[in-house]
Unconditional design. Structure first.
Lengths: 462, 393
């Protein structure tokens, strides 16, 4: 029954997201319905929670059914009107895909069956005890339960700890509890499998658009096969939520560079702007570590497009304005809220006053966690190899958006563990692999695009 | 009648090939692991054994009983006719005792004795400790002295010591089976997964994920090395002859095969997690449900929760504060677990989990090691000894 309430509860969030993406897409109508739905399903819930957060922080509405419903209406009405106004715009005719050969169908069926088996295993693990892990019963679900009970944002002022985290994920779970009528662990935990499936779908769509269906299949399989990604698909943590928002902020920039028209490029930049703006509302590290490089990459992409005549001055100004408005609209209230309540920026631990010095044994520990253990199978080695072999594509083509971000993020995570007291997280392996989990969809897209490039250069051209 | 082989008959040729293969393998299979056993059963203790330090020793029918009055060393010279990869100690002990395995490497100065600490867990039935000595760099395959250091106050009955050297077949089988040996789903699984580990020792494999970090080599180390060799080999073979297409396809094929095998291995581990949950938790009757490393705590929690919903606060005592305190706080929210000092503030319910020293006395009070710690009350739920809910009147 709780699955039913989850689906019912998810519909308005999806609708908000779908309408928001459609609005940002404008009249270009170049996205496929699947893309619109996927980006909508990723960003819709966060958009709604931002509004709910603003109302609650301003003491206008409580975190109850009324507060959520008013927020939903406030978003649905203007977005609905916008959609209605441009509903006559035609959808693009999707390019017909060639039929799959029989052996391909057999291989895909086997892979699909294997995927379903793993999915069933994951659901069994999750449903056995959704609150099994420390961060669930001490943070994500615990905070959700408190918000649901208190109907307002709760902060421990003396020792903020996890209450300094952005409240988006707990507020999403509160919404499902409100739809269900009471708190339900298993219902609240269903967000993780949803994020897992959305990650696969996003990688599929991105690759299908840029390098075709066959490579999209390979990329989706690669992501689905990564063991720690699977575990996070069935653990109610928020790292996949961060991963989705990083992807929704970054992948549109890559798409903008490969876009066919100025209209398309502008629309991708608007979608990327929304993803970037919402990124700080996922987890604290997203604000400190992922948001700045993505914003810089966005600036570089816009500048490059302007210089190379891919965007007119007017379109450039519009893109910059979109980023500025959306980022300001989300970031200013959140930072003000943090500042007013004295909330730190680190994850449960403050970052001010941290001493910076070289930490022994961390490099070895990171190498073991990232490369030798089975967390990511052979992905790190393959990525490293491809970056060398396909250096020109990785650094001198639209792929550079993904390469730059991936390397910057890995370098940033490494520096934190190598030079600060957070090194214990790497030694005890409590945080180092999860940092990479947040990058996996982007890394898989990067690896698949480089593989396709290598195939094109060395195999097809022969 | 002579044995005639019709070489032009494929089925017969295949059958004969199998026979030849089987015959070739016989030396591997019949050559079992080499084992040297020093038994103390029946009171047999040879003169080669020496003891330094004060200890009460008794040669009994059931083995050598040693009760040290100070830290003692029990050792002897050794001349193994085979390499030694592991040591097994069979013993009885009424209490836990931290001991040390001693050995001397040939050629080292006499005073350089290597020490490996291990624990004699309390047991009243003969148990065997298996030590994968081959894992340690300091181990010698042919030590010339072996012994034990036992702590003061211990009371150990040694039944026998065994020294095993694995043959090639054991090692190959151990190597293959270790790859398909799975970890259990644990609290750390959300942070990292050890993944497949190669080890040649059957003893190391038995306790692969029980003793952490696992004793072995990460499979990825082997795969990356093989990939590097493959890339180097293929490149040398085809790059200069402009056969790059084949080189790329060859490496890609090998990489793909490794990836699929790794995916199968880790996918099956995930399935084994789910199967363990199904068989140990979901399919068991309530009284026998065991959940991962938390045992019957989830079952206890389910039984306790209804008793706490109308209580704002309750005392929670356990010997495993982490993670159980957090779990109680989460699952019983908005009721809140507090320390026993709060009973003066009207907290009347006590939830006790795994504190065997806490019980109810004849006056109806809770006692800890005999001392009353609560007002009189009644038992609301007696889950098992040391696990209950109590409420004061």
């Amino acid at each position: 029954m709780f699955v039913f309430f989850f689906l019912i509860g998810f519909l308005p969030l999806l609708l908000i997201g779908w309408l928001a993406i459609s609005a940002l897409e404008g009249r270009a109508r170049f996205l496929s319905q699947t893309e619109r739905l996927i980006y909508g399903a990723i960003l819709g819930p966060t958009v709604l929670m931002e509004v709910v957060f603003l109302f609650n922080a301003a003491h206008l509405f409580r975190l109850n059914l009324l507060g959520y419903l008013v927020s939903i209406l406030l978003l649905l009405v203007p977005l609905g009107i916008l959609e209605w106004k441009k509903r006559s715009s035609p959808n693009p005719n999707p390019n017909p895909n060639p039929k799959l050969s029989k052996p391909t169908i057999i291989i895909l069926s086997l892979l699909g069956l294997w995927f379903l088996l793993k999915l069933a295993a994951g659901m069994t693990i999750l449903m056995s005890d959704p609150a099994y892990n420390d961060d669930v019963f001490n943070n994500w679900h615990y905070r959700s339960k408190i918000l649901h009970h208190e109907e307002m944002l709760v902060i421990h002022r003396e020792n903020p700890g996890v209450t300094a985290y952005p409240p988006t994920v707990p507020m999403i779970k509160v919404w499902f509890a409100l739809v269900n009528g009471e708190w339900n662990d298993r219902l609240a935990a269903l967000t993780s499998p949803l994020w897992y499936l959305l990650s696969l779908a996003l990688v599929w769509c991105t690759l299908k658009r840029s390098i075709g269906r066959s490579w999209a299949i390979l990329g989706a399989y690669m992501l689905a096969s990564l063991p720690l990604f699977l575990i996070h698909g069935f653990t109610p943590y928020a790292d996949l939520f961060v991963a989705l928002h990083i992807s929704a902020a970054l992948l549109p920039l890559y798409a903008a560079l490969t876009g066919n028209s100025e209209q398309e490029r502008s629309a991708w930049l608007r979608i990327g702007a929304l993803g970037t703006a919402l990124l700080p509302m996922t987890k604290n590290e997203a604000l400190l570590m992922h948001f700045p490089p993505i914003l810089l990459i966005a600036g570089a992409v816009i500048l490059w497009c302007l210089i190379h005549g891919k965007l007119s001055l007017r379109a450039t100004r519009s893109a910059v304005l979109t980023y500025a408005i959306l980022v300001t609209a989300v970031l200013v209230p959140w930072l003000t809220y943090k500042w007013m309540n004295g909330l730190p920026f680190g994850n449960a631990k403050g970052i001010s006053g941290m001493e910076i010095f070289w930490q022994e044994n961390i490099l070895r520990s990171l190498f073991i966690t990232w490369v030798l253990e089975a967390n990511f199978l052979l992905l790190p080695g393959v990525l490293f190899g491809l970056l060398i072999v396909r250096f020109r594509t990785a650094f001198f083509s639209p792929v550079v958006t993904l390469t730059t971000f991936t390397l910057t993020a890995i370098l940033g995570i490494s520096m934190i563990f190598l030079f600060t007291g957070l090194s214990t997280e790497a030694l005890r392996q409590t945080g180092s692999a999860r940092g990479i989990v947040q990058l996996l969809p982007v890394m898989v897209v990067l690896v698949t695009v480089l593989m396709a490039d290598m195939y094109r250069v060395f195999v097809v051209r022969k | 009648m002579p044995f005639v082989v019709e070489l032009d008959n494929p089925p017969v040729r295949f059958r004969n090939a199998l026979i030849v293969l089987a015959l070739t393998c016989i030396p591997f299979t019949v050559h079992a692991a080499s084992k040297t056993t020093w038994s103390f059963l029946g009171g047999q203790i040879g003169p080669e054994w020496r003891i330094t330090g004060q200890a009460k020793t008794t040669a009994e029918i059931g083995g050598l009983r040693i009760a040290p009055q100070e830290d003692v060393k029990v050792f002897r010279e050794a001349q193994f006719l085979h390499a030694v990869d592991s040591v097994e100690i069979t013993y009885l002990s009424p209490q836990d005792a931290q001991a040390v395995l001693l050995w001397h490497r040939p050629g080292d100065p006499a005073e350089d004795v290597v020490q490996l600490p291990f624990l004699f867990s309390s047991t009243m039935v003969a148990s065997t400790i298996k030590i994968d000595t081959g894992w340690y760099d300091e181990w010698s395959l042919h030590p010339d002295m072996v012994g034990l250091m036992l702590p003061k106050g211990a009371d150990i009955q040694l039944l026998q010591l065994s020294f095993t050297g694995w043959n090639l077949w054991d090692k190959v089988v151990g190597f293959v089976r270790s790859y398909w040996t799975f970890d259990r789903f644990s609290p750390y699984s959300v942070n990292f997964l050890w993944g497949p580990i190669f080890t040649v020792s059957p003893i190391a494999r038995e306790s692969l994920f029980a003793e952490l970090p696992p004793h072995g080599t990460y499979a990825n180390t082997v795969w990356y090395l093989l990939l590097l060799v493959m890339i180097a080999g293929c490149t040398a073979w085809g790059w200069k002859s402009h056969n790059r297409r084949n080189v790329i396809l060859c490496v890609a094929g090998f990489l793909g095969a490794l990836w699929i095998v790794s995916d199968l291995r880790m996918g099956m581990e995930a399935i084994s997690y789910a199967r363990a949950d199904l068989t140990e938790y979901w399919m068991q009757p309530d009284a026998e449900k065991k959940f991962r490393e938390r045992g019957d705590f989830p079952a206890f929690l389910s039984a306790v929760r209804p008793l706490l919903t109308d209580r704002g606060r309750y005392v929670f005592l356990t010997q495993f504060e982490y993670p159980l305190l957090g779990l109680m706080r989460y699952h019983t929210y908005p009721s809140e677990p507090v320390a026993p000092e709060k009973i003066t503030e009207g907290v009347d319910t006590w939830v006790i989990y795994d504190r065997p020293e806490i019980a109810m006395n004849a006056e109806g009070q809770l006692t800890s090691e005999g001392k009353p710690i609560s007002l009189p009350g009644e038992m609301l739920l007696a889950f098992r000894p040391g696990v209950f809910v109590f409420r004061t009147r």
